[in-house]
Write a protein that binds this ligand. Structure first.
Ligand code: MN
Ligand code: MN
Length: 467
C-alpha cells in the first residue's frame, strides 16, 4: 500500500532545514573517497608535529606539484604555480588564474601551529638526581592533560656560529620519549580538591629527561652533566645554545583510526592541520582557476596571530601587493575585490557535555564542513562577522557542488568564545568567513575529527578555488 504524504509533510520538506549524516548523502563511493583522503592526511600529520614541519612537508608536496619560488619581477602566465616561504614557519601557495587580478583573488587561510609546550630559553636542570626541561606552554591548553603522556621533542637549535641543528626525537618506536609526571592518587587529596585549572600549575610542567650520573660518579649535577654530554655528542650543542633554540614538546602519538567502524581520526594537532591539509591539497589540485587562488598556511594563530609569521603580520598583504604590481594594478584594488575562507576548526557537539552547546546552532561530527559566520565572545566581541551577502554566496557554491555543510557557533552565548585569523583577513578589506572541520576534544593532546568532514573541507576549498 502506498501512503500519501500529508500536506504538512510536503510543506515541511519544502520549508524546513534538514540535518543529515554525510554518509546518507554520499553513500559507499563517497565514503571510500573520504577514507582514502584521510590516509594522506594522517601521513601528513605524522610528519608535521610543528609549524616548521607542517610548512616543510607542504613545500615538499608543492614542489613535487610544480610550484616554484615566487619572483616579483616575473610576469607569470595563467596556470603558473608559485610559493612564498616566510621563514620556514608560514607558507603562501598561489595558482595564477584566468581573470584580471583586479577582480580579486580567492584565499584559503589555515594555521599550522598547534597548542604545545615550548622549552624555556634556559630549560635544563637537575633535581633529586633527575634531569628536567622547564617549559612554557603555547596556546590554550588544559594543563592536567599534558601530564603522564609520552612526549616527543621537535624543533631547532641555532648555534653561535649560525649552524642550525634540527631536533626530532620521540616519535619513532625505537626512540626514547619524555614525560611530565603527575601525583599518585594516594597523595593527591589536596590536588583533587583544587580546580582543574590549578591542579597542575604552569611551573610544574617540567619534562623528565634522564636519571643517570655522568661516569657513574656522585659529583654535584652529574645527571645534568650526563644529559648535556649526550646532547653534545648527538647534536654538538652546549647549554648556552638553548638560548637560541625553538624546541617544542608535543605528544608522541601517531594519528590513528578511532572506532570499530574506523570513521574517525584521533591525533595531535588537528586544530588546525585538519584545515591546512585540505587547503593545501585543494591548491595542489587546482588547475587553471578563473580567479588567482591562494592557500596560506600561517603560524602563531594559537597565541593571537602576532609575530612576523602570523597573520597579524603584513606578509600576506605584501604578497598580494607584489602580485598586483606585476600585472600593473595596485594591491588595494585586488584586496578589496578578494574573498577568503578562513579555514579553521569549530567545536563539535559533544553529548558528554551538552550544557555548553546550543544544539540548534552547533556543528555535529559527520554533518559536513562547518561555516562559522562569526566567532568572538560576549556580544560578538573580537570577530569580523561575515556579511549575509558573502554567506549567501558560499552557501550557494557548496549546495551547487553537492558539498555537505552545516553552520555552528562556538558554544552557547556567554559560555566562552574564541577567535580565528578571519579578523586579520577582514582587516585587509577582504570578504571572509570561517569554514572548517568540527573537532571533539579541541586543544587536547589527542583530538578527534570525522573522515567525512575532512573530505568535505577539501571539496569546499577546491570548489571555492575552481569557481
Ligand atoms: Mn584553530
Ligand atoms: Mn585553536
Amino acid at each position: 500500500m502506498c501512503e500519501e504524504k500529508s500536506k504538512s509533510d510536503i510543506l515541511k520538506e519544502k520549508l524546513f532545514m534538514k540535518k543529515e549524516h554525510t554518509a546518507v548523502i554520499i553513500g559507499e563511493n563517497g565514503l571510500n573517497d573520504a577514507d582514502s583522503f584521510a590516509e594522506g592526511y594522517m601521513n601528513y600529520l605524522d610528519a608535521s608535529k610543528t609549524e616548521r614541519e607542517a610548512v616543510e612537508q607542504a613545500l615538499l608536496l608543492a614542489k613535487a606539484g610544480g610550484f616554484t619560488e615566487f619572483n616579483k619581477n616575473t610576469r607569470y602566465p595563467t596556470g603558473s604555480k608559485v610559493y612564498v616561504n616566510n621563514r620556514g614557519k608560514s607558507l603562501i601557495l598561489a595558482v595564477i588564474g584566468h581573470k584580471d587580478i583586479r577582480e580579486g583573488v580567492r584565499i584559503a587561510a589555515a594555521h599550522v601551529d598547534a597548542p604545545r609546550l615550548d622549552l624555556k630559553p634556559n630549560p635544563l636542570y637537575e633535581e633529586s638526581e633527575m634531569a628536567y626541561f622547564k617549559t612554557h606552554y603555547y596556546g590554550g591548553i588544559k594543563k592536567y592533560q599534558w601530564t603522564a603522556i609520552p612526549l616527543a621533542l621537535h624543533g631547532v637549535i641555532v648555534k653561535k656560529d649560525g649552524e642550525k641543528v634540527r631536533v626530532n626525537i620521540g616519535d619513532k618506536d625505537d626512540e626514547p620519549k619524555f614525560v611530565i609526571t603527575d601525583l599518585l592518587p594516594h597523595l593527591a587529596a589536596n590536588q583533587m580538591r583544587s580546580t582543574m585549572a590549578e591542579g597542575i600549575k604552569g611551573e610544574t610542567l617540567n619534562i623528565l629527561i634522564g636519571s643517570r650520573p655522568f661516569d657513574n660518579t656522585s659529583a654535584a649535577e652529574s645527571v645534568k652533566l650526563n644529559i648535556m654530554n649526550i646532547l653534545f655528542e648527538k647534536y654538538g650543542v652546549i647549554e648556552e645554545d638553548f638560548l637560541s633554540a625553538e624546541l617544542e614538546a608535543v605528544p608522541a602519538f601517531s594519528a590513528c583510526d578511532i572506532g570499530f567502524d574506523r570513521s574517525l581520526i584521533g591525533a595531535y594537532g588537528h586544530d588546525d592541520r585538519v584545515c591546512a591539509y585540505p587547503a593545501l591539497m585543494a591548491i595542489l589540485d587546482c588547475e587553471d582557476p578563473d580567479y588567482t587562488s591562494v592557500t596560506v598556511l600561517t603560524d602563531k594563530e594559537e597565541t593571537g596571530s602576532e609575530g612576523n609569521t602570523g597573520l597579524d603580520s603584513k606578509y600576506l598583504e605584501y604578497f598580494i601587493w607584489d602580485l598586483a604590481e606585476i600585472y600593473g594594478t595596485d594591491g588595494r584594488e585586488v584586496l578589496s575585490n578578494s574573498k577568503c575562507l578562513s579555514a579553521d576548526v569549530n567545536a563539535a557537539y559533544d553529548p558528554n557535555f551538552p550544557e555548553v552547546y546550543e544544539r540548534r546552532n552547533t556543528c555535529f561530527i559527520n554533518n559536513g564542513v562547518c561555516i562559522t559566520k562569526y566567532t568572538g565572545s560576549r556580544g560578538k566581541g573580537g570577530t569580523s562577522d561575515a556579511s549575509a551577502e558573502f554567506m549567501g554566496e558560499i552557501r550557494s557554491l557548496l549546495d551547487t557542488e553537492g558539498i555537505c555543510w552545516q553552520t555552528g557557533e562556538l558554544g552557547k552565548v556567554d559560555e566562552g568564545g574564541g577567535g580565528t585569523v578571519a579578523k586579520y583577513i577582514a582587516h585587509l578589506n577582504v570578504d571572509v568567513v570561517d569554514l572548517g572541520v568540527p573537532v571533539l576534544s579541541m586543544h587536547a593532546p589527542f583530538e578527534v575529527v570525522s573522515k567525512t568532514d575532512v573530505y568535505m573541507a577539501y571539496r569546499a576549498f577546491l570548489a571555492f578555488f575552481s569557481k
